[in-house]
Design a binder for this molecule. Structure first.
Ligand code: ADE
Ligand code: ZN
Length: 324
């Protein structure tokens, strides 16, 4: 089964590029930028990765990305992920980036996106991995800052396929960003957002995302299972869910494998992704393997998960069909 998973053509739709920053690269970038890190070694840094919920993870995640300063830093970050993706037979990826996590500490938007974009072009040519960028807003910042970031992105619109919403969900419902999403839609961006697993108001947040905002996808979203009306809505609209089993195991009490199985049985377009693989110790192949281990998925079921992913990509129909 391990060989089958390794060989399966894959598609990754829920991947934070800043969450792919491995300790080795963190040390290399810190040295290049003349920065000191509070860890003596890669091992010591990895040992400090202990989280049991979303906020405790986010603290380590934002601290870690402070070493990203220059255009080549963002290029190297994205190239490292895309090399790993190629090794795992990921053929196509839609990659989140968090511009505000960088602009808020003085790194220009232009620096971030140019580095990422250059890596995507090189990976397509050199590695045969195609990828597009999704710009995420940080939901624990004010909606006005998200709107300003959206406006700042417009000269680079051709390089960004859609928008997302991430960071700390507590007290930051989808409706807070209704105007930002409306403007993004007018600008031609496709729409997704995190509805993280087992949040205080998961059901209400998913309802707002789908009914009020009109998202094209939901990131995570496993909690729709608690409300038949949401399941019916997702099925009727063909909305895909980007699930992340290993990540779930870090920030909640389990991988939510049974929930993922149930979603598959209901015919929901559920997909398997790695979220923040440098922190959650698993890229997409390891996520598929962990889920397979728990659920004894058949080859056909594993292949269906990847077909779901290619089907809900934000590629034009003819390019989707080339993968299916
Ligand atoms: N930012 C990076 N990873 C995230 C996650 N899993 N949930 C919310 N925000 C994030
Ligand atoms: Zn995520």
């Amino acid at each position: 089964m391990k060989d089958f998973i390794a060989g399966l053509p894959k598609c990754e739709l829920h991947l934070h590029i800043e969450g792919t920053l491995e300790p080795e690269l963190k040390f290399a970038l810190a040295e290049r930028n003349g920065l000191a890190l509070p860890y003596a070694s890669v091992e010591e840094m990895r040992d400090a990765y202990s989280f049991d919920d979303l906020p405790s993870f986010l603290k380590v995640y934002y601290e870690g990305m402070q070493v990203l300063r220059t255009e080549p830093d963002f290029y190297d970050l994205a190239m490292a992920y895309l090399r790993k993706a190629a090794e795992q037979n990921v053929r196509y990826a839609e990659i989140f980036f968090d511009p505000q996590a960088h602009t808020s500490r003085g790194v220009p938007f232009d620096v971030v996106i140019r580095g990422l974009r250059r890596a995507l072009i090189d990976a397509d040519r050199q590695l045969g991995v195609r990828a597009q960028l999704i710009m995420c807003f940080l939901r624990d910042f004010q909606a006005e800052y998200a709107m300003a970031t959206l406006l700042e992105s417009l000269p680079y619109k051709e390089w960004i396929v859609g928008i997302g919403l991430d960071s700390d969900e507590k007290g930051n419902p989808p409706a807070k960003f209704a105007a930002v999403y409306e403007r993004a839609r007018q600008e031609g961006y496709l729409l997704t957002m995190h509805c993280d697993v087992d949040q205080d108001n998961s059901i209400e947040h998913i309802r707002q995302a789908i009914e009020e905002i009109g998202v094209d996808r939901v990131d995570h979203g496993v909690n729709i299972l608690e409300d038949q009306r949401l399941v019916d809505l997702v099925l009727a609209r063909g909305i895909g869910l980007t699930c992340c089993p290993i990540s779930n195991g870090y920030v909640t009490d389990s991988m939510k494998a049974e929930g993922i199985r149930k979603l598959m049985e209901l015919g929901v377009r559920v997909t398997i992704n790695s979220d923040d693989p440098a922190y959650f110790a698993g890229y997409v192949a390891e996520n598929l393997a962990a889920l397979q281990d728990e659920l004894q998925l058949t080859r056909e079921e594993l292949a269906q998960l990847e077909r779901n992913a290619f089907e809900i990509t934000w590629l034009p129909r003819h390019l989707k069909d080339a993968y299916l």
